[in-house]
Design a protein around this ligand. Sequence first.
Ligand SMILES: Cc1cc2nc3c(=O)[nH]c(=O)nc-3n(C[C@H](O)[C@H](O)[C@H](O)COP(=O)(O)OP(=O)(O)OC[C@H]3O[C@@H](n4cnc5c(N)ncnc54)[C@H](O)[C@@H]3O)c2cc1C
Length: 376
Amino acid sequence: MLSFWEKNSFIDHDYIIIGSGLMGLHIAYELIEKEPNAKVIVLERGVFPSGASTKNAGFACFGSLTEILSDFTLNGVEKTLETIKERYEGIELLCQRLGKNNVGYEANGGYELIFEKDLHSLDKLEEVNKSLFPIFQQDVFELVNEKIEQFGFDPDIVKALIYNRFEGQIDSGKMMQSFLKLVSSKGVQILTGCEVLAIHETDSRAIAEVTHNVLKERLCFSAKKIFVCTNALLNMLYKEEIVKPGRGQIFVTKPIPNLPFKGVFHFDEGFYYFRNYEDRVIFGGGRNLDFIKEESQEFEYNEMVLENLKAILTEVILPHVHVEIELQWTGIMGFTMDKNPIIKKQSDKVIVAMSCNGMGVALTGISAKKALLLLD
Ligand SMILES: Cc1cc2nc3c(=O)[nH]c(=O)nc-3n(C[C@H](O)[C@H](O)[C@H](O)COP(=O)(O)OP(=O)(O)OC[C@H]3O[C@@H](n4cnc5c(N)ncnc54)[C@H](O)[C@@H]3O)c2cc1C
């Protein structure tokens, strides 16, 4: 049973945010900026944020050439360019909000490895540069094939290399720690171990139900509005299928002396990605090898995908280097059919903000701003 004090001070709020990933924290920040005296609480099911925001690869990117070309086909040129602009502005917003040092930002640039099957995309490089010019005021993509051997890649497989000076990399752990500290310092309360099991509404309040882990009884947190920022787990709260989960397999190597490259790297429309973290390599992706099994919200390994990643690492990326894997993990992304974010009023008192289709480091900041506009 709750005490009089607990009932008086812990239960009622102005705003409840469900999920303490990047989206939830950006929304918390925006709310406090807008209403400095508002009582804002974040309810997180994990002991700390436990979604994609702490499991990703830390790319500060907005799309490689092959991915952009695929998005042109899916969403049209105009919509794709709008999204690219928002991703780029979102990265700037994140760095500005937290400070580049606090997110471990490094401007090492990005590269796309082109294999035989994607060589035809090079014919479109100039055209895509022209389309992106109004956003970046410079050419974004440039061929740097001379670096293929310098970086130690297998030149029989990597047929071309495209450089993108505007991409960078972050330390996702450092970033999330900084963000938690920032919003806490502004008076936002973050409760962990609070899985919201249901949302419902009265005439005047929105209610988030949680089981109290000590009392073993249902708690009903209440607020004027609830923001649902549970990303891939959105469907657990609603019967309709709003998003599809997409699991990412990922690993980090032990330090590699004299690692020949720095930066973020992608190939195959962004389905594969690797980067340096100091002198290690973080490598993930391959979801497209087993779409059905990887449409999962369970943190399990897919040995077939991991074996494929390891083979590419040792045969194509670092063919002449002894590599040992230090740690592997999985993370769950949330996907929509058209790869566009969902920012919508689920009801009068509930707003759903789910961005990110594997690009949330970049996009959550701008999506959070859009979610706040739904308050008015
Ligand atoms: C392997 C991987 C690699 C990625 N690489 C990149 C990249 O390089 N660049 C990039 O831009 N993006 C990348 N992303 C995507 C990016 O990380 C996400 O788009 C972004 O972090 C989403 O933030 P979010 O706050 O919406 O969701 P999440 O970070 O998933 O946060 C949702 C939170 O809600 C909590 N939650 C869920 N259900 C409940 C509930 N019922 N009650 C309470 N809490 C709940 C979860 O525990 C979680 O903490 C990657 C993602 C993965 C998985």
